[in-house]
Every structure is written in structure tokens, then in C-alpha cells.
Design a protein around this ligand. Structure first.
Ligand code: UD1
Ligand code: CA
Length: 474
């Protein structure tokens, strides 16, 4: 193991994540850091990267919606900043809660979910290596609007950070921005914090002013350059879309690198944490969300939404909506079907087009090919459900279950008035309303006898005969 491969000891680092702000610019009732991107709240991404550093402590500064924010940060110590007087003030509040054992402090904004732990590690290393007071993550942005700008000295060190509201015309032209992510020497941070004021355009205690304070005491502040996207913060809904696109790209790239074909990555909406096996092809306009796992060699889409489901190997899901389902291997679903929570479909079965299922368990090698509703049903192996068959599972007050045993064959348009059981190897006649159990091997048929009227068309033309036209009510 080379020196650089050795795990770093960050046990004396305390990471402070700032998440007390209201996020006024979001125009939302939900605290800003709880807005979701690819299935997780913004704050989750920040905390996940921070935890990878294995710091001795992570402190989350909460304020607006503090209970809801704390709930999304299990195992993280939360500190309440009851009045939000700025990022500098938020750090002051956190420092009061910090034990004496930490000598390095890392500060991050809770609203920038694209920062990577490797960059955070570089930030720590850069400060340690040069023995300076602080390191600051900076990035180049084509459009730096809204961000604090970095002012460097002639040696390339950071001289100060100027907030946009306080910047001159010239300073606004600077495209190197402050990612608001820092590593500090603890005692130097503490003395700079004690001198912080709120004399600025926004009347806030700016954490950014720490930089100038350190420099004026002869301490160096070293810039560490990150990827532009790492500084992307979420202040308004437009930025949620920008950040969402970047996180989606990361998720899709990781899947492609693991052997998944994504035909049009810009049109594949896959949540963080979704698992997809190799050689699976994801067609355009596919949404895969929640804790979903898809096997190998599947074809998903186009136009499908799969939520909280498990899908086995070599399945095809075409233009269908699946939620809370367990699908075994070699199953075909769709096009145009909807599988609601509680469905399980066994190996080699087929759920064809325009089929809705709810709490339906299907065995192996069964077929429900066309236009059916199967709700609260247990369907065995090798069953064939004829087109248009329906479980009448609701009597207006309660739901009842239907059992269709192995190798049963339902004629088209069978109405199964639950509770009812179709036995093994049994069959039903097309168009039957089955309200009694059909024993094993029996044919259940419920129909009126058909009457054919001879010469009906001829007699109608010539005005003879009083027989009504089939289907007419007059
Ligand atoms: C901040 C930086 C800016 C930087 C930008 C990067 C300051 C003064 N400015 O601006 O230089 O370019 O981030 O995204 O630091 N917060 C608290 N308590 C408070 C105020 C804020 O916890 O009293 C939290 C917010 O919830 C948020 C984070 O701190 O998660 C950053 O605050 P925000 O108001 O978004 O700062 P910016 O204006 O984006
Ligand atoms: Ca921000």
C-alpha cells in the first residue's frame, strides 16, 4: 500500500453542515434541503459524502423546519440555530457545541449536493500540507451570478471572498466562485469568528469574511479547485432542475459503466440507489424509482415507470406502470399494463396489454394476455386467463379474493364474482359470470341459451316479422 492509498485519519475533524436557512427563494413550505432530487433529499447527498470522510463528528445546523430536517439525518448530531443571522453565525452556534478533541473544522453548505468526498479530502490535505489557516473550495463558472466571488493575491492565494450583493462591477466579472466549503484550523477559526460583524449589504454574519480576517492576521488561505458542478447550490427551483440533471447524469453514467445500456441517458430517470443488472437495456422515457432492483438482460421501456419493485433476469417491461411488485425471471409485461402494489408474478409468466393487477399472485408459466383486471387473486401455474376476464373483487363494502388453480383455463370475458375458486384443470365458458366455485377438472358455464332468428335481415327489409333487432331497446 503506497502512502496515498492509506486511509486518512480524520478522527480529529469535525464537519459542520449548514442547513438552518429557510430557502426563501424556493417559495416553498418545505425546508430547502428537504426538496428531493433523484429520490433523496438534497441534504442526504451532502451528508453521504461527508460521512465517507469518516470525520470524528458531523454536526448539522438546523433551524427552519428543524424537526423535519433532523428526521432526514439519522445518526447525525443536530444543533439548532433558532435565528438565522447568516452562515458565519451558524458556524458560531455549532462551535459552541463542539468538544475540545477536534482540531480541524470542515464547513459545508447543506444545499450543494454535488460535492464529492474526494474533493473534501483534497481540501483537508491541502490545508494540512501547507500548514495554513484555511483552504477554500473554488470553481470556475460560466455564469457566476448569485455566488460569492474569489479575490486572489499575486501569489495565487485567496485574499478575500466578496458576496455578490457587496461586489463592485469589476468584482462581479470574476468567474471563480466560492463553493462555501472550507477546511479550517480550529483555533484560528475561533478567533476569526469572535471578530465577525454583520456590516454588509444583507446585515448578516458572513462566513466568507473569515477569509479576510485570517489573511489580515498573516494566515494563508489556499484555494482548492473543484469541478464546476460541485459548487452548484440550490437556492431556487431552477437550480433544483440543474442539480437534478447533474445527479441523474452521475447515476446513469455509473450504471452504464457497470454494463447497463441506456439508449438515451437524458431521458432515463433513475433514482439514486436503484440497482440494474448487466446487459439490461433501458429505453427512453423510463422512470425507475425507490428501492427498485432490476436483473440482468432485461428490456425496460420505452415509457415505463417502475417504483419500489424487484424484477428478475431477462424480463421485458414495455410501456407499463409497476409499483410495489415482485417479478420473477423471464416475465413479459405490457405494453400498457398497470401492476399495483402487492403483485407477484412467477417465472415465465406473461402479463400482456391493458391488464391491471392489484395484490395478485401469479405462478409460473401463466398467461393474462389481454384486457383483464385481476385484484386480490391467487393464480396458479400454467393458467390461461381469457381476454377481458375480470375479478369482481369488491361488493361495494368489502374486498374478496379469487383463486384460480393450476392449469385452469378461463374463457374470454369471464366475470369471477369473488369469493370464488376455479379448481385445477378447470375451465370456464366465455362470457360466464362465475359466482360458485368450479371444482377441479370441471367446466363452469353460466349463459342463457342463444336464439337465432332465421331470415331476420330479409324479413326486416320487407317489414314482416315483429322480432326486434338484436341489442335494440325499442
Ligand atoms: C453562500 C456563500 C457564497 C457562496 C454560496 C455557494 C456566504 C455569506 N455566502 O451564499 O459565497 O458562493 O454559498 O453556494 O456564506 N444557513 C444557515 N444559517 C444561516 C444562513 C444560512 O444554516 O443563518 C445555511 C443555509 O441553510 C444553506 C447554507 O447555509 O444551506 C448557505 O446559505 P445560503 O443562504 O444559501 O447562502 P448563499 O447565498 O448561497
Ligand atoms: Ca446557497
Amino acid at each position: 500500500m503506497s502512502d496515498s492509498d492509506k486511509p486518512r485519519d480524520n478522527s480529529k475533524v469535525a464537519a459542520i453542515v449548514l442547513a438552518a436557512g429557510k430557502g426563501k427563494r424556493m417559495k416553498s413550505d418545505i425546508p430547502k434541503v428537504l426538496h428531493e432530487v433523484c429520490g433523496r433529499p438534497i441534504i442526504w447527498y451532502v451528508l453521504d459524502e461527508v460521512k465517507r470522510l469518516e470525520p470524528g463528528e458531523v454536526l448539522l445546523v438546523v433551524g427552519h423546519g428543524s424537526d423535519a430536517v433532523s428526521e432526514e439525518a439519522p445518526g447525525v448530531r443536530c444543533v439548532t440555530q433558532s435565528e438565522q443571522k447568516g452562515t458565519g453565525h451558524a458556524v458560531m452556534v455549532a462551535m459552541e457545541e463542539l468538544g475540545p478533541e477536534f482540531d480541524e473544522i470542515m464547513v459545508l453548505p447543506g444545499d450543494s449536493p454535488l460535492v464529492r468526498s474526494s474533493t473534501l479530502e483534497s481540501l483537508l490535505q491541502a490545508r494540512r500540507k501547507d500548514g495554513v489557516g484555511a483552504s477554500v473550495l473554488t470553481v470556475e463558472m460560466d455564469d457566476p451570478t448569485g455566488y460569492g466571488r474569489i479575490v486572489r493575491d499575486d501569489r495565487g492565494m485567496v485574499k478575500r471572498v466578496i458576496e455578490e450583493a457587496d461586489a463592485s462591477e469589476d468584482e462581479r466579472g470574476v468567474t471563480e466562485v466560492n463553493a462555501s466549503t472550507y477546511a479550517f484550523n480550529r483555533s484560528l477559526l475561533e478567533s476569526a469568528l469572535s471578530n465577525l460583524t454583520d456590516h454588509n449589504a444583507q446585515g448578516e454574519y458572513y462566513l466568507t469574511d473569515i477569509v479576510e480576517a485570517m489573511v489580515s492576521c498573516g494566515e494563508g488561505v489556499i484555494p482548492v479547485h473543484g469541478l464546476a458542478e460541485e459548487a452548484l447550490g440550490v437556492n431556487d427551483r431552477r437550480q433544483i432542475a440543474v442539480v437534478g440533471e447533474a445527479i441523474r447524469r452521475r447515476i446513469n453514467e455509473a450504471l452504464m459503466m457497470s454494463g447497463v445500456t441506456i439508449v438515451d441517458p437524458k431521458n432515463a430517470y433513475i433514482d439514486y440507489g436503484v440497482e440494474v443488472g448487466r446487459d439490461t437495456v433501458i429505453m427512453p422515457m423510463v422512470f425507475i424509482t425507490g428501492a427498485t432492483k432490476i436483473g440482468q438482460g432485461c428490456m425496460i421501456g420505452p415509457c415505463s415507470a417502475i417504483n419500489e419493485s424487484a424484477i428478475g433476469d431477462r424480463c421485458v417491461v414495455e410501456c407499463s406502470w409497476l409499483d410495489g411488485c415482485e417479478i420473477s425471471r423471464e416475465v413479459n409485461v405490457g405494453p400498457f399494463s398497470r401492476l399495483r402494489p402487492g403483485c407477484k408474478v412467477g417465472a415465465g409468466s406473461k402479463v400482456g396489454s391493458f391488464v391491471e393487477m392489484k395484490k395478485a399472485v401469479v405462478g409460473t408459466g401463466s398467461k393474462i394476455p389481454h384486457l383483464s383486471y385481476m385484484g386480490d387473486a391467487v393464480i396458479g401455474d400454467g393458467v390461461n386467463v381469457g381476454a377481458g376476464s375480470i375479478t369482481c373483487n369488491y361488493d361495494g363494502e368489502e374486498k374478496h379474493s379469487t383463486e384460480i388453480d393450476d392449469r385452469a383455463f378461463l374463457g374470454s370475458d369471464t366475470m369471477l364474482i369473488a369469493p370464488v375458486r376455479i379448481g385445477k384443470d378447470a375451465a370456464t365458458g366465455a362470457g360466464s359470470s362465475i359466482y360458485q366455485d368450479v371444482p377441479d377438472g370441471n367446466l363452469g358455464i353460466e349463459r342463457h341459451l342463444q336464439k337465432n332468428i332465421p331470415d331476420w335481415r330479409e324479413r326486416k327489409k320487407s317489414g314482416q316479422g315483429k322480432e326486434k333487432e338484436p341489442g335494440s331497446n325499442d
